[in-house]
Write a protein that binds this ligand. Structure first.
Ligand SMILES: Cc1cc2nc3c(=O)[nH]c(=O)nc-3n(C[C@H](O)[C@H](O)[C@H](O)COP(=O)(O)OP(=O)(O)OC[C@H]3O[C@@H](n4cnc5c(N)ncnc54)[C@H](O)[C@@H]3O)c2cc1C
Length: 324
């Protein structure tokens, strides 16, 4: 592992000033479960690691006006165990408990989960100069692509690996992005960006910015939500396809419905065609299946991953039916 210096800011202001002023290459570190892998393999080789753990005010899960505030340093295990989360947002508890292992959930943070780097084996291989690392080619496009994107690829076929992101987006979560220049709030859905915008980054975070807050609006009367994660192994694994569905259900009819898929695109994928089909209609098995199929209509699988189409459609169908 290449040597690096470490900085340990104590406040959000110190952190923002440090990121604004430093000329060195740097990486933010929360629980380190993803970053340390990247440092050890050499895929990340910053001069400076900025340890967020001592930054006051970035941890904790607490009621806030109109909803729940989740600090980016809140551990995934704490999210799963939080009584307000269990009561108001069981989908978040489910998504949190579906990810990684108990050990990783005890150490990994919500912010780190939302900002983790993709698992594409070409990206994670220090010997491979793929497009995401500034090279000229996406090796997955014509190479081994079983776990890669069937939607939103084009130039780079990573899938976004977070289980929390689809669940949070389906609930209408927003995030606060901070820097020395100030703060801005945006829907979590808009926090992610496609490779066609900037192939080297998965989020809108600029060099001097960090994730400061996650906010989940209070549930509406009749709101229900479900997360279905399909993976290759029975034990811990990333999703090969997942679906988070949230909606207000009255008399078996869905309104304000959000359908978000994971594991099939470089960003958590909002399935607007499925939402349009479901909105205002009584939820039936046939309609749920139709929604799943509609959601994948635009997909263009690679040589080894067409199997994801049926899986993703099934995940949507199952998550929709779980709302009843
Ligand atoms: C074996 C294994 C299995 C896993 N399985 C799953 C799974 O099934 N589902 C799933 O969703 N995840 C899975 N993960 C990923 C795991 O959830 C993440 O590694 C973890 O949540 C990252 O949190 P962390 O605090 O350790 O982040 P770190 O490793 O510290 O950081 C991760 C990334 O986020 C950035 N970052 C962290 N905090 C901030 C912030 N506040 N602002 C801006 N950038 C920030 C860092 O710079 C870094 O690039 C798995 C990981 C491993 C190692």
């Amino acid at each position: 592992m290449r040597e690096f210096r470490i900085a340990q800011p104590g406040t959000v202001e110190e952190l923002a000033a440090l990121l604004a002023e430093t000329k060195e290459s740097f990486a933010l570190m929360a629980g380190a479960t993803d970053l340390v892998d990247m440092l050890k393999s050499g895929v990340a080789s910053p001069d400076l690691v900025v340890d967020l753990q001592g930054v006051e005010g970035l941890a904790g899960i607490a009621p806030a006006k109109g909803g729940l505030r989740i600090g980016p340093l809140a551990r995934v295990a704490a999210l799963a165990a939080d009584p307000a989360v269990g009561r108001d947002f069981p989908i978040l508890k489910e998504a949190a408990l579906s990810l990684a292992t108990p050990q990783l959930r005890n150490v990994g943070t919500v912010g780190g989960n939302l900002c983790q780097r993709p698992r594409c084996w070409y990206f994670r291989d220090p010997e491979v100069a793929c497009r995401k690392k500034g090279g000229m080619r996406c090796f997955a496009m014509h190479g081994r692509n079983k776990y890669h994107a069937v939607l939103g690829g084009g130039g780079c076929f990573i899938v976004y690996p977070s289980d929390l992101a689809p669940a949070l987006i389906s609930l209408g979560a927003t995030v606060t992005v901070a820097s020395a220049r100030g703060e801005k709030s945006l829907p979590l859905e808009d926090f992610y960006r496609l490779p066609s915008v900037d192939v080297t980054r998965e989020t809108v975070l600029g060099r001097d910015e960090f994730l400061k807050d996650v906010f989940v609006p209070a549930p509406k009367p009749g709101q229900k939500a479900a997360y279905v994660k399909l993976k290759e192994r029975g034990t811990w694994d990333f999703a090969v396809a997942s679906a988070a569905v949230s909606g207000v259900i009255k008399g078996g009819v869905a309104s304000e419905i959000a359908v978000v898929a994971g594991g099939i695109a470089p960003v958590p994928w909002r399935m607007k065609a499925a939402e349009a089909l479901l909105r205002g209609r009584p939820v039936t098995e046939a309609l749920a299946a139709q929604a799943g199929a509609a959601a994948l209509k635009e997909a263009s699988p690679l040589a080894e991953n067409a199997y994801k189409l049926d899986l993703a459609a099934a995940a949507v169908k199952r998550a929709v039916l779980a709302l009843l």
